[in-house]
Design a protein around this ligand. Structure first.
Ligand code: UGA
Length: 444
């Protein structure tokens, strides 16, 4: 099929490359000329493992191209996929300005029947509104499709080429059939439904995953108080097929460009129809608080006196294998430490530049390796579970730290890793591993 994908962010770019990979002719469009220039020079504006190589193969095969010319791309394509950003407005609602603009531009460029599919995450009812907008600007016929995306950053290609399911929201059977044909090479699990339900599936899925994370984080907090190990609790729960093992990793809470934005947006969507989504409000609240556990642990260790201490931070990205720092817990944790008069040293294998672009360069000592960051620090906080941190020699690490205090916000290290070291080690929901300051467990 001839496909245009509009927007070359994570979703648009990965989708475009993967549609080409499965044999389609794909044009990726972006209004940012710098991005198009980079892409045409074989560079990729985001860090995503494997993407550069896959894009290069498909460009060389003549199946993939990049342009800023939306109108020309639309005219050459049968299927238009919109994948532009819907960032949150200050009140939590999705900002639909970019998608509206794109819809108008598509309408003006149309030269015949098109399938117009929306991959951007949009509130229920948006596809219908966009269809009206397009209809008001063109006499050409088209079919609207809601095509929610479920890829994760860091494993985006694998998720796209081997998805758990594809969801297609359509009003017209023949357009639905075309989209099923397009996605059949990827999976047999294709759910075809109405447009509003498809829009809702996206929000409900992200909200449910966020709920699992906040749930296990609260269980972890209780584990710390009652002397249970959350990793074992999650393992024991996860074997139950009704629960499943994924998204039960306790830590410092979720971040990124999706869960925080989509949970807030769903609370707003519910609010607009006079429904208070109490459960999801709590999920967000628990998540917001969870990152401060790192600070609370530091305060316990230093008896409330953080001022003047040197704290090393490992990991700035909201999760490993990405340079994305949007809503990363590291932003708030570091800001809080700096505000408390702590000297912060920080390092991330990939996300240093993107973090500095958002946080600013001042007030933090930026380091170029894990051990350099830890050198002479009073404590080390691990915030992102990059492989590089898990494979550090703990005895060397212990020797470069001023005090061997390690707060592992992602439960990266196991008991056997710590054997033979003198670390005062704090993790999340594993009180038996918390060495050094032993607290007596309550009699229950
Ligand atoms: C998430 C969803 O997983 C994707 O299905 C969806 O397509 C995407 O949002 C989106 O809406 O675009 P993503 O934000 O890339 O993907 O990353 P996840 O792997 O889901 O992780 C999100 C956050 O949850 C990270 O901060 C991660 O550290 C945290 N997390 C995840 C946990 O704290 N515990 C877990 O068990 C799993």
């Amino acid at each position: 099929m001839n496909i245009t994908v509009i927007g070359t962010g994570y979703v648009g770019l990965v989708s475009g490359v993967c549609y080409a990979e499965i044999g389609n002719q794909v044009i990726c469009v972006d209004k940012d000329p710098r991005k198009i220039e980079m892409l045409n020079a074989g560079e990729i504006p985001i860090y995503e493992p494997g993407l550069k190589e896959l894009a290069a193969v498909n460009r060389t095969a003549g199946k993939l191209s990049f342009t800023g010319d939306l109108a020309s791309a639309v005219r050459q394509s049968d299927v238009i996929i919109i994948a532009v950003g819907t960032p949150p407005l200050p009140n939590g609602e999705a900002n639909l300005a970019f998608i509206d603009q794109v819809a108008l531009e598509i309408a003006e460029a149309m030269n015949g029947h098109k399938i117009i599919a929306v991959k951007s995450t949009v509130p229920v009812g948006t596809n219908e509104r966009l269809a009206q907008l397009i209809r008001s600007r063109t006499n050409h016929d088209f079919d609207s499709i809601s095509l929610p995306e479920f890829l994760r950053e860091g494993s985006a290609i694998e998720d796209t080429l081997h998805p758990d399911r594809i969801v297609i929201g359509a009003e017209c059977q023949s357009a639905a059939d075309t989209m099923v044909q397009l996605h059949k090479p990827l999976t047999e699990q294709i759910v075809v439904t109405d447009i509003r339900s498809a829009e809702m599936i996206k929000y409900a899925s992200n909200a449910f995953l966020a709920t699992k994370i906040s749930f296990i984080n609260e269980i972890a907090n209780i584990c710390e108080k009652v002397g249970a190990d959350v990793t074992k609790v999650a393992e024991g729960m996860g074997h139950d097929k009704r629960i499943g093992p994924s998204f039960l990793k306790a830590g410092i809470g979720y971040g990124g460009s999706c869960f925080p934005k989509d949970t807030s947006a769903l609370i707003q969507i519910a609010g607009h129809v006079d429904y208070e989504f109490k459960l999801l409000r709590s999920v967000v609240e628990v998540n917001q608080d969870q990152r401060f556990n790192v600070i609370r642990k530091l305060e316990t260790i230093f008896h409330g006196e953080l001022k003047g201490k040197t704290v090393a931070v490992w990991g700035l990205a909201f999760k490993p294998n990405t340079d994305d720092v949007r809503d990363s817990p590291a932003l708030e944790i570091i800001q809080h430490l700096v505000d408390q008069g702590v000297k912060v040293k920080a390092y991330d294998p990939i996300a240093m530049d993107s973090f500095q672009a958002l946080f600013g360069k001042d007030g933090v000592e930026w380091c170029s390796s894990a051990l350099e960051t830890a050198q002479d620090a009073d404590a080390l906080c691990l915030l992102t579970e990059w492989d590089e941190f898990a494979s550090v020699d703990l005895l060397r690490l212990q020797n470069v730290l001023k005090q061997p205090i390690l707060i592992d916000g992602r439960n990266v290290f196991k008991e056997e890793n710590l054997l033979g070291t003198d670390f005062i080690y704090y993790s999340v929901g594993r009180p038996n591993l918390n060495q050094g300051v032993k607290q007596p467990m309550p009699v229950l």
